[in-house]
Design a protein around this ligand. Structure first.
Ligand SMILES: [Zn+2]
Length: 375
């Protein structure tokens, strides 16, 4: 019996072609070891966090074709990892709405599964499919699990989502609705992550983590490209985002750094990361003991694994970390609703910081953008 042709094993899925991945490498942030994406690692053998390095390209340059696609994946494909765009549920450029003089909201709740996590999931799952992955596991408090489950379904991959016990029933139903297996884990958010990691390692299932897989951050960086293209004066702007595991901060940092390298910007916009006062580990203060510590579930992350990177990225733009009070988050959400913008509690965190008029250290003269992350 002849050995099966490796290119025909995965049916219609694009088979792994080494040349597509040769320009992309994973670098250990602890020991400096370099891995190939084909190694399918979620962390280094030294347990260090991995970052992803790709070729230096101008993300905005669309070459001779000059395509003006409203599909975000299509528009920026040259700057994205291999497989980006292969799994696309309709990831369009989201609206940037002016809501006051020099004040804008970026409507990230208008993605296929309702949050910015679709940016990361589409690119990450697209790359995984190109690597021949057929099953993924992820831990999530809600939105990332939903985004990964949807994109895995679209790629005909089996998905298992570990969630903390007590996760919002509507979010669980949404994840299960995509055919994913949902496993509730007792304990805090870190216990959920550890369970998923043990299962991923034990059963050799690809760990589709929005925290650990740097592919995810390279999907979120498209947010930076869009803000750059949509704002009249992006160089002088301040972008305010909620921060839990910091995927938005890290994605914006990647995207803006690429735009600076391509000489589209002389300096990155200021990125201000907002945490709930009751759970603000990035400020160095321990979270309150309540479980959950804040109603903003998406930023209720007591110990973000990439905390040092998140702080460095925000500070590297001239920004920093600010906190908002619980009651200010809830009233900001009500105010957004009265503006016609229905978001979940976490989605109002950035607006709460701006309402408190202290997205400091913002540049006072420029535009301010609040990223409304999910519905
Ligand atoms: Zn290492």
């Amino acid at each position: 019996v002849a050995e099966s042709d490796s290119t025909s094993q995965s049916g219609t899925r694009s088979a792994y072609r080494p040349d597509r991945f040769s320009l992309w490498r994973e670098l250990c942030s602890r020991c400096g070891r370099i891995w190939s994406l084909a190694d399918r690692r979620w962390r280094c053998s030294c347990e260090g966090l991995l970052d992803l390095l790709g070729p230096q390209v101008d993300p905005i340059d669309r070459g001779a074709t000059g395509t003006r696609s409203e599909s975000s994946l299509e528009r920026y494909r040259a700057a994205l990892p291999p497989g980006a765009g292969d799994v696309d549920l309709g990831l369009d450029v989201t609206p940037l709405l002016p809501v006051a003089p020099e004040m804008w909201v970026k409507c990230e709740f208008e993605h296929p599964t309702g949050s910015f996590k679709d940016r990361g999931a589409s690119v990450m799952i697209g790359a995984a499919a190109a690597l021949g992955v057929d099953a993924v596991i992820v831990d999530s408090s809600g939105n990332a699990g939903r985004a990964v489950a949807a994109h895995a379904a679209a790629a005909s991959m089996a998905a298992t989502v570990y969630v903390p016990a007590g996760t919002d029933a509507a979010k669980l139903a949404a994840i299960a609705g995509y055919g994913a297996s949902v496993v509730e884990v007792p304990g805090d958010r870190a216990a959920t992550a550890e369970s998923a990691q043990r299962r991923a390692d034990g059963d050799a299932i690809w760990y589709a983590s929005h925290v650990h897989q740097p592919l995810f951050h390279h999907g979120v960086k498209t947010l930076a490209y869009e803000i750059f293209e949509q704002l009249p004066d992006p160089a002088g702007a301040t972008v305010v985002v909620p921060a839990g595991n910091g995927t938005l901060v890290l994605g914006l940092w990647l995207g803006f750094a690429e735009l600076v390298a391509a000489r589209r910007l002389v300096r990155p916009p200021v990125v201000v990361a907002v945490q709930a006062e009751r759970c603000a580990p990035l400020t160095g203060r321990p979270p309150v003991a309540d479980d959950p510590p804040t109603a903003a579930a998406g930023v209720a992350i007591p110990a973000p694994p990439r905390a040092a990177q998140i702080r460095a990225a925000a500070l590297g733009t001239g920004g920093g970390i600010v906190t908002v009070k619980e009651e200010d988050i809830l009233s900001a959400r009500e105010e957004l609703g009265r503006m016609g913008l229905a978001v979940e509690v976490t989605g109002a965190v950035a607006w709460a910081a701006i309402r408190a008029s202290r997205p400091t250290p913002a540049r006072s003269e420029g535009a301010v953008v609040a990223v409304l992350t999910g519905r």
